[in-house]
Design a protein around this ligand. Structure first.
Ligand code: BEZ
Length: 252
């Protein structure tokens, strides 16, 4: 899993588009009252709340202790646990695993899928959305060019953004039937004039692996300047998100 320093308050204040976009995914999951559902990479817990409000027995796990602390504080009646997506277990099989904007942080996809398969009952569903191939291409390119200009070295971002063609075989290999999959652009507005700077502050760790701390602010400034031509228009920033969304069912 990628190391990132999470600021749960900034995440909720400036990046609540993650939660908003997740509503459509919950509709696709179609949770039923009484179903046991695990949110894998639950962040600050809002989707677990929504699943519970629809009558499911929902629980959330996340690798980031800060996120789980914020989730527990916001929803003390719900079940949250710090756990690694590549190594988690559940006490009893669940009916569904849900995951929004989290799987691209987990850089051992086969182990994650294997854990999801082990957590589900036969016939259980895995409904998820993550960054897909080409996600944040302009942002990552601008960051790479900035580092090249400053340090004359090449950096590669650390996230896992697969295509359908790459991800579906992994699911099939671990006993899933892929019922639906989409790969689509989701231009994502960022809030305010500082939107891109805040995005870099929140998530930039994954863009600058191994880069000395002191260089990063200048790299961000350069990258932001480069991005202005392509991702800033009419007074707002729009991030070039691209999503991979799928419904997979564990074979009976
Ligand atoms: C995403 O949701 O696509 C994403 C968020 C933060 C960093 C990289 C990608």
């Amino acid at each position: 899993m990628i190391e990132n320093t999470w600021d749960a308050a900034l995440y909720d204040a400036r990046h609540n588009f993650v939660t908003v976009a997740g509503q459509a995914l919950i509709d696709l999951l179609d949770p039923q009252p009484g179903e046991r559902i695990l949110d894998l990479g639950c962040g600050t817990g809002h989707h677990v709340r929504q699943l519970a409000d629809r009558g499911a027995h929902a629980a959330g796990i996340d690798g980031a202790a800060d996120m789980i602390a914020a989730a527990r504080q916001a929803y003390p009646d719900l079940d949250f646990r710090v756990a690694d997506g590549a190594a988690f277990t559940v006490e009893a099989p669940v009916d569904a695993v849900f995951s929004n904007a989290a799987l691209h942080w987990m850089t051992q996809p086969e182990r994650v899928i294997e854990r999801v398969a082990a957590a589900l009952r036969p016939g259980g569903r895995f409904v998820a959305e993550m960054g897909g191939k080409g996600n944040i291409n302009s942002i990552a390119t601008a960051a790479r060019e900035a580092i090249h200009e400053l340090l004359h070295v090449d950096v590669t971002h650390q996230w896992y953004f697969p295509s359908i063609g790459e991800y579906a075989p992994l699911l099939e290999r671990h006993g899933f039937e892929v019922r639906m999959a989409w790969h689509f652009d989701r231009p994502t507005p960022l809030e305010g004039e500082e939107g891109m700077l805040n995005w870099f502050k929140m998530f930039g760790g994954g863009l600058f692996p191994g880069v000395p701390e002191g260089v990063i602010p200048e790299a961000i400034r350069l990258a932001e300047r480069r991005l202005r031509d392509t991702l800033y228009a009419n007074g707002r920033w729009v991030a070039d998100y691209r999503r991979l969304r799928f419904v997979a069912v564990k074979r009976v």
